[in-house]
Design a protein. Structure first.
Length: 99
């Protein structure tokens, strides 16, 4: 992924598990996609992970792996979308351009 920010779009879902998410081999974070739900909860689209401030101009590696069963025993993870944002600051002024 080339960009200065990344967003993992999925759902808060009682049937989902816990993912280990890391960028560029950092320590990573655990994300329980079933946290705060009950067995009758309807899945709710959500950004489950966001990281900004990534070094511009280089490739970044994002890893999202199933780590454990969720709070309610969910055995899988959902992936709706990965959004990568690349911001270029123009050298001649202070404005930004979104790509």
């Amino acid at each position: 992924m080339l960009g200065t920010a990344v967003y993992w779009h999925a759902a808060i879902n009682p049937r989902c598990g816990v993912a280990n998410v890391w960028v560029d081999n950092d320590a990573g974070v655990l994300v329980d996609a079933s946290n705060g739900t009950n067995t009758n909860s309807t899945p709710i689209p959500e950004i489950l992970f966001a990281r900004s401030g990534l070094e511009p101009g280089r490739l970044h590696l994002i890893n999202i792996s199933l780590f454990a069963l969720g709070e309610l025993g969910g055995p899988y993870m959902e992936m709706y979308n990965l959004t990568c944002i690349y911001i270029i600051q123009r050298p001649y002024d202070s404005s930004f351009e979104w790509l």
